[in-house]
Design a protein around this ligand. Structure first.
Ligand code: CAA
Length: 271
């Protein structure tokens, strides 16, 4: 999602430092950004000059050292609490005083991430949706320690980026994922039990319920590994609600490397 979030900010006229941990990952992110902005030009949504200006606002870097002078960091690493807590500890040391540290976590506790720093009042959740350049919503998650000034600054930033924010407190899955993931998990269970085939299931929800895509296609878009991690976290944080116990098929597909669009195959095959 990092590349999508970078695009949102650069489109909004903000200078961005895009950081990855390896040169290969950085190259993949750059390619995603180029593909997405080229498509916008091809569709007449962006002029070639505006695309060039947009790309000109992005600096690419490997490693956190490039983040010393930024005003806001948005972290989008995999959904693992230990990893995020370690990263926020490092960001706290590297970033200038006053910089806001935001996490794009979908289901982990923003509070637990905040207390890994010496500046919990400046830590907040900014949860974007896939694909970030298209989806209008940002869930803004304030913890018991987030300062009101930081919440207001982030809300104002969302408006500047053309997003609609909803501000909520720190609860597993926040609003959208708390409602969405039980449904996605149930869809996998239906296919797993051979009650219905994948195309029929997706067609039912798309054509019968007016959704832009069926749940299996959506899982492929989100990434099956990410979906698994979100479900697993919600299951453990949300009182072991059976709706969120990840369907065994989901786990098997992740183990087999069938991660959805990002790996070329999930419930569907991608070119
Ligand atoms: N990056 C950038 N732009 C993209 C894109 C991407 N990955 N995918 C599509 N777009 C753009 C297209 O360029 C197009 O833009 P224009 O209208 O300006 O030309 C627009 O989106 C529509 O795309 P398409 O015509 O190709 O396809 P579509 O009409 O079927 O829309 C979709 C594609 C926007 C993905 C739509 O199917 C959709 O809204 N799906 C549901 C997505 C959803 O539910 N997201 C939330 C997932 S949950 C989540 O993200 C939370 C979490 O924590 C995991």
């Amino acid at each position: 999602m990092g590349a999508g979030i970078v695009e949102v900010f650069a489109r909004g006229g903000v200078d961005v430092v895009a950081v990855e941990i390896t040169p290969a990952a950085l190259e993949r992110g750059q390619a995603t950004l180029t593909r997405s902005t080229d498509r916008a030009v091809a569709r007449g949504r962006l002029t070639a000059a505006d695309r060039d200006a947009l790309l000109g606002r992005v600096t690419f870097a490997v490693g956190l050292a490039a983040l010393g002078e930024v005003d806001l960091v948005i972290e989008a690493v995999p959904e693992q609490l230990d990893l995020k807590r370690r990263l926020f500890g490092e960001l706290d040391r590297i970033c200038k005083p006053g910089a806001i540290l935001a996490t794009n976590t979908s289901s982990l506790s923003v509070t637990e991430i905040a207390v890994a720093t010496e500046r919990p009042s400046q830590v907040i959740g900014m949860h974007f949706f896939n694909p970030a350049p298209v989806m209008k919503l940002v869930e803004v998650i304030r913890t018991v320690t987030t300062s009101t000034e930081v919440v207001e600054a982030v809300e104002a930033l969302c408006a500047r980026l053309g997003k609609v924010d909803v501000t909520i407190t720190d609860r597993a899955g926040f609003i959208a994922n708390a409602l969405l993931f039980g449904y996605l998990n149930q869809a996998v269970a239906m296919v797993e039990s051979r009650y219905v085939g994948r195309e029929d299931l997706d067609a039912a929800m798309k054509l019968g319920c007016g959704l832009p895509m069926g749940p299996l296609a959506l899982l492929d878009l989100i990434g099956l590994d990410t979906a698994y991690e979100i479900l697993d976290t919600m299951y453990r944080r949300g009182g072991r609600d059976r709706r969120h116990a990840p369907a065994p098929l989901l786990r098997q597909m992740v183990t087999a490397g069938l991660l959805g669009r990002k790996s070329g195959q999930g419930f569907y095959q991608y070119a």
